[in-house]
Design a protein around this ligand. Structure first.
Ligand code: PLP
Length: 419
């Protein structure tokens, strides 16, 4: 089938009128509900989590929403991941298998714990850990798997749980991009021993900065509480300072708790709307030559942080950056290449420069280009569309039109059509 760009008109990048005729719909994410909670927090006369109700109420509400037994709030998603490693007993020299496409917040805590990140390759279209690659990366030093649910789509948790069980490894879920994402009908974060969420400004829900860890294991919950509060035991009102293990101050204040509590009550609605909009977008782009759509993991009901597709340069004659800039000319909020390079290509890994002096166990490991070829191919070709729950049907139609138009034009160009 030959697609001519004419049926879509001339793309904006070639002088046409941009497909997006009106700005994407926006909503204020903070409002009366947050203000009311903040007022109540201040009126408590204390902003410390053991003195007030907001952090505790947020923990109860979030645990309830996820169907988890326990939730422990903390100062960031990064802090939450660190707390899970501490609570899980991860110690210097331990290897933690994880994904090379993630936020540094997943990786920093592994290094701070003295442990060694081992990067396993990904599935080409879910962008998540390939179970086979995880299993192949296991050594006698492996202690944990940190599964990242990228862009709101779950990892193959069935397979990862089985691998963790078979090899007696700790499974931790990084759900910082996957609020409201379900796997086999259950919130992510419930499959590993612990699951971490971030409430930073860029996530589905936010409180400025904050994080929360869910678990169904009472002993992990007890340790997480200590791991986020300098190993001080504040049970029953009195504070015991008899620290038994190394833990940072990762506490959440009542101010963040207040906002996070209000935001949590909005999460179901936020996720439902994103799911609806992105589900329609996915359907509408099904047959577009030259782009590979994101694949939803079997058994997953995704919550769509970004909508990330891959360009096929062999078909389009355009790379991700070129395709993305043509979409931006149409008025779409897109970016190419996500984090640019696999985490293991960053100087902190290639130069082992985490600390200025001394021997961190990860210095004995070689990192650099080529470790995970599929992950690198994903980053080379990925184009991410910013998704907001406020988007309307008009936003959807214009987005679809823009992507179809730009893809058809590049394809025609690459087949030797007129410029
Ligand atoms: C945002 C994010 C984090 C870190 O969360 P912060 O709250 O910014 O510390 C960790 N992992 C992933 C996958 C993230 O997207």
């Amino acid at each position: 089938m030959t697609i001519t760009s004419l049926e879509y008109g001339v793309p904006a990048v070639a002088g046409g009128t941009p497909a997006k005729t009106t700005p994407y719909t926006k909503e204020q994410r903070y409002g009366e509900a947050e203000l009311q909670q903040l007022r109540e927090a201040l009126e408590q006369g204390t902003l410390f989590y053991t003195g007030g109700r907001k952090v505790r109420d947020f923990e109860a509400a979030f645990a309830n929403l996820c169907g988890a037994d326990h939730a422990i709030a903390c100062s960031s998603g990064t802090a939450g991941i660190h707390a899970t490693l501490i609570a899980g007993g991860i110690s210097p020299g331990d290897e933690v298998i994880t994904s090379p496409i993630t936020d540094m917040g997943s990786i920093v805590p592994i290094l701070y714990q003295g442990a060694v990140p081992v990067f396993a390759d990904l599935e080409p279209h879910t962008y998540n850990l390939a179970p086979g690659a995880v299993e192949a990366a296991i050594t006698p030093y492996t202690c944990a798997i940190l599964a990242i649910h990228l862009f709101g789509n779950a990892c193959n948790l069935q397979a990862l749980s089985e691998i963790a069980e078979r090899h007696n490894l700790l499974l931790i879920e990084d759900c910082a991009q996957a609020h409201g994402c379900l796997y086999q009908g259950r919130a992510v974060g419930n499959w590993g021993r612990m699951g971490c969420y971030s409430f930073n400004e860029f996530k589905h829900v936010a409180c400025g900065d904050g994080g929360i860890v869910i678990t169904n294991d009472a002993e992990s919950a007890r340790k997480l509480r200590l791991a986020t509060d300098k190993c001080y035991n504040r049970e029953a009102g009195a504070t015991s300072r008899q620290a038994t293990f190394l833990a940072n101050n990762y506490r959440m204040t009542e101010l963040q708790g207040a906002v996070a509590l209000a935001q949590t009550s909005k999460l179901n609605d936020i996720v439902q709307r994103r799911r609806n909009w992105c589900g329609q977008l996915l359907e509408a782009l099904k047959d577009v030559p030259g782009i590979a759509l994101p694949e939803i993991t079997a058994g997953c009901d995704p919550s769509w942080w970004y909508f990330a597709l891959r360009v096929e340069p062999a078909v389009l004659g355009a790379d991700a950056a070129t395709f993305a800039s043509a979409l931006r000319a149409e008025g779409l909020p897109v970016a190419a290449n996500y984090i640019g390079q696999g985490i293991y290509e960053y100087p902190i890994f290639t130069q082992h420069s985490a600390f200025e002096r001394g021997e961190h166990p990860y210095c004995r490991y070689a990192y650099g280009p080529g470790l995970c070829p599929t992950a690198e191919a994903i980053l080379d070709t990925i184009v991410m569309l910013t998704v907001r729950e406020a988007y309307t049907q008009t936003d959807l139609e214009e987005t679809v039109y823009a992507i179809r138009r730009v893809a058809a034009w590049f394809q025609q160009q690459s087949q030797g059509g007129v410029a």
